[in-house]
Design a protein around this ligand. Structure first.
Ligand code: ADP
Ligand code: MG
Length: 585
């Protein structure tokens, strides 16, 4: 059975997991880390860095480093670097390529399939874009699954008694709260609320501002115009915040953060947990109204919530945990690492997609039950078409479960009209154009007839990934027009996708090049130190002179990145080195 990779493609961090005999496990990246920052950096020398290295390089690579691309999925946003434009799909694909590659190295086998999670509020365009990103990265996306549902799956909640779950997800840049009902293992997302601009980054910023203020008070220097100082402050602030989740007090020390005529100045501050809590209190409080609103949207009361799940790195903050507990009067589950729970759930979903076999079946049966959970989702909005006078013809009602299919029949408004265009909308405003426009469904070649006579059937099919396929058919002739919806402009044509897949493959080479160069640098360092040692003991060897010259050449070739000469030089140096070393024995 081919492995399917579960991927939480996060705004801040991405995480991979697979299903093993013992249950879902996290797949570490090439650095051995479980979280990979969702950051892509294009270096001036043409390399592409992804993850922690890209995050680190951000200071050096100003304007060439992309953060939080997830915010732009499904839009016309473009990243411009060196005169080339990248779609959000391509940047996300670069992250996915890195994950895929690392997982392949980890397992020693090719991985071609994935389940990718998205926020529950992601619309068609955003889901389609995520799916396309996977495809560009060379992954067949078997399923797009909602993050809160994945979290519930990771907890195996589908196997417990019927219940109502509130998922509180506070990540790096976004806050999502979802209410999920599980009845006999069937999931329904009842309500979604949140704030797409609230998360750990805001807490970091508060600490940075505090440090800037303190520094100004003490030294009368404003560091906010110095991008390098600001980058160092941000890094230190995040570190301090993380430490304060465990400790009552932390020491922030940034050496030589700035230079003055009297020499460098070091930033040296102590931040206590209670100071931090008062710095971010109003931000944390802002997570309450969406929680209560979601409960209200689901026509429930707080007391009806049976289970509370904490998801997202920022829920490690004790004050956040306290707030959720106090608001809902319930102790949240947090025994699974909050950054990893979504990816683990994606891995559980892979099990649902592939038949369980043999031995695996038995162990899984005890953990997840023999039956696979069924996930039923409800559409958070209605889907329909714009009609004459901007009337809204709803085809799939809000709160319909999907996958689903629905149809309606429309007609022409003019005599002998040959074509009809239906703007497709998502939303629940009574006036069509006030909803979110998705795409235009146009049918041509209608049998000429007086107005009101043709019968044009519009069918909406919403698949398991909540991606809409719209179809219009002239019932008289059977002429048909089909489109897969994704907001115009952000949607990729097949040709564009093919080109992106090709370019993505080329980008892998650039990603690997960075790795190969590093490995080579290490190797050269080893060889050069051996050369030094050999020359120190056998400096009079007849080949010592040549060894000295060649190793100098090698050092320069590596320094200047002169690819063609490195390999032969290395061989040459090694050959000479062995001779000289042998003589010393
Ligand atoms: P996302 O879902 O946005 O990709 P994560 O769930 O990985 O992100 O959360 C990332 C955020 O969690 C960052 O702002 C990070 O600083 C924060 N975080 C991680 N660990 C801790 C901790 N121990 N205490 C407080 N915040 C933390
Ligand atoms: Mg997340």
């Amino acid at each position: 059975m081919a492995r399917i990779l579960g991927i939480d493609l996060g705004t801040t961090n991405s995480v991979m997991a697979v299903m093993e005999r013992s249950g879902p496990i996290i797949v570490p990246n090439s650095l051995g880390e479980r979280l990979t920052p969702s950051v892509v950096s294009f270096t001036k020398s043409g390399e592409i860095l992804v993850g922690k290295k890209a995050k680190r390089a951000a200071i050096m690579n100003v304007g060439r480093t992309v953060f939080s691309i997830k915010r732009h999925m499904g839009t016309n946003y473009r990243v411009k670097i060196d005169g080339k434009e990248y779609t959000p799909q391509e940047i996300s694909a670069t992250i996915l390529q890195k994950l895929k590659h690392d997982a392949e190295e980890y397992f020693g086998e090719e991985i071609t399939q994935a389940v990718i999670t998205v926020p529950a509020y992601f619309n068609d365009a955003q889901r389609q874009a995520t799916k396309d990103a996977g495809e560009i990265a060379g992954l067949k996306v078997r399923r797009i699954i909602d993050e809160p549902t994945a979290a519930a799956l990771a907890y195996g909640l589908d196997k417990e008694q019927d219940q109502i779950i509130l998922v509180y997800d506070l990540g790096g840049g976004t806050y999502d709260v979802s209410i999920i009902e599980v009845i006999s293992g069937v999931f329904q997302v009842l309500a979604i609320q949140g704030n797409t601009h609230l998360g750990g980054d805001d807490f970091d910023r508060r600490i940075v501002n505090y440090l800037l203020d303190q520094f100004k008070k003490k030294h009368n220097i404003d560091l906010s115009d110095d991008p390098i100082a600001m980058a160092r402050l941000k890094e230190a602030a995040e570190e301090a915040k993380i430490e304060l989740s465990e400790l009552k007090e932390t020491h922030i020390l940034i050496e030589a953060i700035t230079m003055t005529d009297k020499g460098p100045i070091t930033l040296d501050e102590v931040l206590t947990r209670s100071q931090f809590e008062s710095l971010v209190d109003d931000l944390i409080q802002q997570t309450i109204p969406p929680m209560l609103q979601a409960i209200e949207d689901a026509r429930l009361e707080p007391a009806k919530i049976n289970t509370v799940l904490l998801v997202g790195g920022s829920t490690r903050i004790p004050a956040v945990q306290r707030l959720v507990k106090d608001t809902l009067k319930k102790t949240p589950h947090r025994d699974i690492s909050p950054e990893e729970v979504v990816a683990l759930g994606a891995a559980v979903q892979t099990l649902i997609l592939s038949p369980i076999e043999g031995e695996i079946e038995e162990t899984l049966a005890t953990r997840y039950g023999r039956e696979k959970p069924v996930i039923i989702h409800m559409t958070p909005f209605s889907l329909g078409v714009g009609l004459i006078n901007d009337q809204y013809g709803i085809i799939i009602e809000r709160n319909s479960t999907y996958p689903t299919e629905a149809k309606d029949i429309f007609t022409t408004t003019r005599d002998f009209q040959e074509a009809v265009s239906f703007p497709v909308y998502e939303g629940d405003e009574p006036i069509a154009s006030e909803n979110t426009f998705l795409d235009l469904l146009r049918i041509e070649g209608i049998t000429p007839a007086p107005r009101g006579v043709p019968r044009i059937e519009v069918t909406f099919k919403l698949n398991a990934d909540r991606i809409l396929e719209a179809r219009a058919e002239d019932l008289a002739t059977g002429v048909e027009k089909k489109i897969t919806i994704a907001a115009t402009g952000s949607k990729l044509s097949e040709a564009e996708k093919a080109r992106m897949i090709k370019e993505a493959r080329e980008r892998v080479t650039k990603m690997l090049r960075a790795k190969i160069r590093e490995r080579r640098e290490e190797e050269t360092q080893d060889i050069l130190s051996r050369v030094e040692k050999a020359l120190a003991t056998s400096g009079s060897h007849p080949m010592a002179g040549e060894l000295r010259t060649k190793s100098e050449e090698l050092r320069n070739a590596v320094k200047s990145g002169n690819e063609e000469t490195i390999e032969p030089l290395m061989d040459e140096v090694l050959r000479l080195l062995t001779e000289v070393e042998m003589a010393a024995r």
